[in-house]
Write a protein that binds this ligand. Sequence first.
Ligand code: 6PG
Length: 229
Amino acid sequence: MESAVELVVAQDAEAAAALAAGELVHAARAGLHIALSGGSTPRRAYELAAAAEPDWSRATLWWSDERAVPPDDPRSNYRLAREALLSRLAQPPAAVHRIRGELGAVAAAAELAAALRDVELGLVLLGLGGDGHTASLFPGKASVTERTRLAIAAEPGLEPWVERITLTVPAHCAARRIVFLAVGAAKAEAALRAFGGPPDLATPASLVRSTSGSTLAILDADAARLLQR
Ligand code: 6PG
């Protein structure tokens, strides 16, 4: 039985980032396998997590999705984490499993799927798109219905228009803890559908719930506006 999603509403984006940073720090100290997300929202959470705990030597890092670009590309999700988190640590993680976007989406996804076999993700941090996507699981795209593989190449559904590599719905749902972080009024409608309604293929984030653990959505007041009515 899938767990329901727990909602936490922070007063603003900074407070929401601090809560997400706390989740990351807890997982890093516990030596878990942690999957990071991309987009712009997690940047502040990464900075706060690095400041709160500079020793990540017990943690192993993964990503829930990546753009098919080299690691130095401004669109790279790895690059965001390197700038905001990894470069600020005194003790780096035990292992960093960057998704190698420069291989092309199909090869990078196959490499990721093979590396993830037999790995239990202890924490997956995810964002939410205004269209209800999460990771690179976009509404109406074939990636949303993949049920067998752990990671696949995926078409973009929004900018940047570059091929993606994404963990699939079942790979996400196998994680022990899933934490969504979404802030701002532009996310309010998607948050209502993702966290206040039934599972729906048109809102991929609504399909991502930990099967054996817990799922938390950290929202700021603007993103939670329609859920609080
Ligand atoms: C990506 C993401 C994606 C992101 C959302 C939210 O690679 O684009 O992982 O799923 O989390 O699009 O992005 P923002 O934080 O920029 O709003």
